[in-house]
Design a protein around this ligand. Structure first.
Ligand SMILES: [Zn+2]
Length: 212
């Protein structure tokens, strides 16, 4: 018998997610804002233990917005973060260029104008690359910018699907503007140790300038 271990969200990543929710970077999704008229191009992690759940969550989003669930899917380990130019995963095989080309062709061949970029946590590919959830979101935000730069005619939304250690799971909208603002604040506060900066916020929540 072959056994496998299911990865569990690390306490550090769980804390980061709580902070980012509080900072408004991760938001409850609102499907009514999604324009999914003719379907979606979905970039997701391949994770076989989670992919059906990702699709369920995406379907919910689309139904909320009254759109048609027509997912045109490109999957690779790590999902949409692979599109960021500086994401270290699958550089040698040019995963970024591959996915950008697939999106362009999907748009052309299927006349789909909406792209959903997705990452998830915990993610085996992120773990393998030593990428924490904050970095994962940084790549996701850069991926979104890159798709918009290359194909400004497309509508692009980004999401993270989280599996908490207690078994609850949810999909959240990722605001690139809120992420950038938050990230810059963190960089100013702790230029040499960003993660320690996060710990300080949690240990001393009442210090001026802290977000909790
Ligand atoms: Zn994954």
């Amino acid at each position: 018998m072959h056994t496998h271990t299911t990865s569990v969200l690390s306490p550090e990543d769980a804390r980061s997610i709580a902070i980012l929710e509080h900072a408004g970077v991760l938001q409850a999704h609102d499907g009514s804002k999604l324009e999914t008229g003719n379907g979606i191009i979905l970039i997701t992690c391949s994770d076989g233990d989670k992919i059906l759940e990702f699709l369920e969550h995406i379907e919910e989003l689309i139904r909320e917005g009254g759109g048609k669930f027509r997912p045109h899917i490109f999957a690779g380990h790590g999902g949409a973060m692979l599109i960021a130019e500086d994401c270290p995963l699958y550089r040698r095989t040019h995963a970024d260029k591959f996915l950008l080309e697939q999106i362009a062709d999907a748009h052309e061949m299927k006349d789909i104008k909406t792209v959903i970029l997705m990452v998830h946590a915990p993610c085996g590919a992120a773990k393998k690359g030593n990428i924490d959830v904050v970095q994962e979101l940084a790549y996701l935000v850069r991926a979104k910018k890159r798709v918009k730069e290359v194909m400004p005619q497309l509508t692009v939304s980004s999401f993270i699907d989280v599996h908490f250690a207690n078994g609850t799971k949810k999909i959240m909208f990722v605001s690139p503007d809120a992420f950038d603002a938050w990230y810059q604040t963190q960089a100013k506060k702790a230029p040499t140790a960003r993660i320690r900066g996060l710990e300080d916020i949690l240990i001393h929540p009442d210090l001026p300038g802290n977000i909790l």
